[in-house]
Design a binder for this molecule. Structure first.
Ligand code: NDP
Length: 250
C-alpha cells in the first residue's frame, strides 16, 4: 500500500509541457500541493488552470530558467516563501539539441545548452532545494533521466553524456544522503511523444514526426504514472530507478 500526497509539496521543473505537465496532473490527482517552474509562464498558467478545474490542490507557478543561477535562486525563494516547506523535487527540465556527430560540429551552442540544462540545471536545483527538503521527514528527489543515460548512439554524444551524468548524480546523491529521510530516484524513459523532438530539431516538425514513425511511443502520462508510483511508496521504500520503454523500442 502506498501513501498519497497528504499535502506534501512537490516541485516540478519543466512543467510547462510534455512529461513535466503530465507529472503535474498526476501529482495533483494524488493529492500533492505543487510548485511548477519553466521559462514559458503562459503555458504554466494553462497547466495551473487545468489543475484548478479538475482537482482542489494548491498550485504555485513561477518563471524558472534552470540554466540561470539568479532565476533558480528567485524560484526557490518564491516556492519556500509560499509553502514554507518542500518535500519533493522532480528535476524534469531538460532538452536535446541536434544529432550532429562530434566531428561535424563547428558551433558549440547546442552542446552548451544541453549540458547547462540537463546537468548543471539538475545539480543547481538540487543544491538550492536540498536545505529545505532536509528539514522534512519525507524528502524525495526524483530525476528524469533517459534510456540515453544507459545506451549511447552516434549523434547523441552530448545528450547521452548529459543523461549518463544524471544517473551518476542520482547515485552519488543517494549515498551522500544516506541516513537522512530523503529518497533519491531516477526515472529513465525511452521514446515519449512530446515537444522534445520539435525542440531537438529546432522547430522542424517533419523531422520531429519522423522520430516516431512506425512505432507506438510512450505518452507523457505513462511517465507520470511511474513518477507518482515512485513518490507514493512508503518513506522506507526507495525506488532507485525505473527504466521504461515503448514495447516497440529495441
Ligand atoms: P518537452 O520539450 O515537452 O518538455 C521539456 C520541458 O523542460 C519544458 O517544460 C521546458 O519548458 C523545460 N525546460 C527546458 N529548458 C529549460 C530551462 N532552461 N529552464 C526551465 N525549464 C526548461 O520534452 P519532454 O517532456 O519530453 O522532456 C522532459 C524530460 O524528459 C527531459 O529531461 C528529457 O530529457 C526527458 N526525456 C524525454 C524523452 C522523450 O522521448 N520525450 C525520453 C527520455 C527522457 P520551457 O521551454 O517553458 O522552459
Amino acid at each position: 500500500m502506498g501513501f498519497q500526497g497528504q499535502n506534501r509539496v512537490a516541485v516540478i521543473t519543466g512543467a510547462s509541457s510534455g512529461i513535466g505537465e503530465a507529472i503535474a496532473y498526476g501529482m495533483a490527482e494524488a493529492g500533492f500541493r505543487l510548485a511548477l517552474g519553466a521559462r514559458r509562464k503562459e503555458r504554466l498558467e494553462q497547466v495551473a488552470q487545468q489543475i484548478a478545474e479538475r482537482w482542489k490542490t494548491e498550485v504555485y507557478i513561477a518563471e524558472l530558467d534552470v540554466t540561470r543561477r539568479e532565476s533558480a535562486e528567485a524560484f526557490v525563494k518564491g516556492v519556500v516563501g509560499h509553502f514554507q516547506q518542500v518535500n519533493i523535487l522532480v528535476n524534469n527540465a531538460g532538452l536535446a539539441r541536434g544529432t550532429a556527430h562530434v566531428a561535424e560540429v563547428t558551433d558549440e551552442t547546442d552542446w552548451q545548452e544541453m549540458l547547462e540544462t540537463n546537468v548543471m540545471g539538475v545539480l543547481r536545483m538540487t543544491r538550492l532545494f536540498l536545505p529545505h527538503i532536509q528539514t522534512s521527514s519525507s524528502g524525495h528527489i526524483i530525476n528524469i533521466g533517459s534510456i540515453a543515460g544507459h545506451e549511447a548512439y552516434a549523434g547523441g554524444s552530448v545528450y547521452c553524456g548529459s543523461k549518463f551524468a544524471v544517473r551518476a548524480i542520482t547515485d552519488a546523491l543517494r549515498q551522500e544522503l544516506l541516513g537522512q529521510p530523503i529518497r533519491v530516484s531516477t526515472i529513465d524513459p525511452g521514446m515519449v511523444e512530446t515537444e522534445f523532438s520539435v525542440v531537438r530539431y529546432h522547430g522542424d516538425k517533419s523531422k520531429a514526426d519522423a522520430v516516431y514513425a512506425g512505432m507506438q511511443p510512450l505518452t507523457a502520462s505513462d511517465i507520470a504514472d511511474c513518477v507518482v508510483y515512485t513518490a507514493t511508496r512508503p518513506q522506507h521504500v526507495n525506488i532507485d530507478m525505473i527504466v521504461v520503454k515503448p514495447t516497440d523500442q529495441a
